[in-house]
Ligand binder design. Sequence first.
Ligand SMILES: [Zn+2]
Ligand SMILES: [Zn+2]
Ligand SMILES: [Zn+2]
Ligand SMILES: [Zn+2]
Length: 268
Amino acid sequence: MLGTCLYCHTELERRAMTKHLSACPARRAAIEQAEQQNIPTEPLYHLFVEDAHDPYFWLHLEMRGSSTLKELDNYLRAIWLECCSHMSDFYIGSWQGRKLAKSRTVRQALHKGDQILHIYDYGDTSETRITVVSVREGKPTTPRPIVLMARNRAPDYRCVECGQPAVWWCWECLAEIGEMFCYCEACGRTHEHEYYGSGDEESAPEWAMPLVNSPRVGLCGYTGLRIRVLKASTPKHKRRNALDRWRSSSSILPAGGARCGGSVCGCV
Ligand SMILES: [Zn+2]
Ligand SMILES: [Zn+2]
Ligand SMILES: [Zn+2]
Ligand SMILES: [Zn+2]
């Protein structure tokens, strides 16, 4: 369950990453740069985010204390969860715990050591656990509410036919056989389930669901960030426009102005 520090691109296990982030020289440099700016300080929250049932998926975030839980909800939807605007809520501890109003600021709602549960979709439910690792007083390193500091590596999905990296899984196979079969681009074209694609950037085989770095793959109609399904053959300006649209609608930004290496927004 290796992941990447988005400041220095070191790869580490999820627990080791917590320690690394407190000492990472590239992160320190980003913090020092922020401290020289003429902006107010505020409490900044180091949040460890993980899928409650699959330890493969995790994120380390830094969030401004003045931001709201609604902004955290938007972020989780954008990076991991959003399929069709399902309901979501935060609970203290577990489902049995008290519900937290999304209008509350992080500063009001959270303290060091707290653990909260985020529920997305009360049908095909995704449960995300969020732990407050630490709180520091300082100047935020970006104007956005949340900085992505580290993230698990994308899963190594393999094609069931040829063993090459897979890009799609077939929902018709899942419905008929109950298993999630993955296919590479080439084998997907000859998969027995029907292909309706027309060859432009919007098309994919009718059965094909994209394999993305999210614990929601396989649940409801989840297809990940739309930017991820744009093909390499898409003209550059179209890719750029889609990326711009996505950036302006979300609060995800790679840490400290660094590129995310394609793990978040396809910016490589
Ligand atoms: Zn680092
Ligand atoms: Zn859905
Ligand atoms: Zn293949
Ligand atoms: Zn199939």
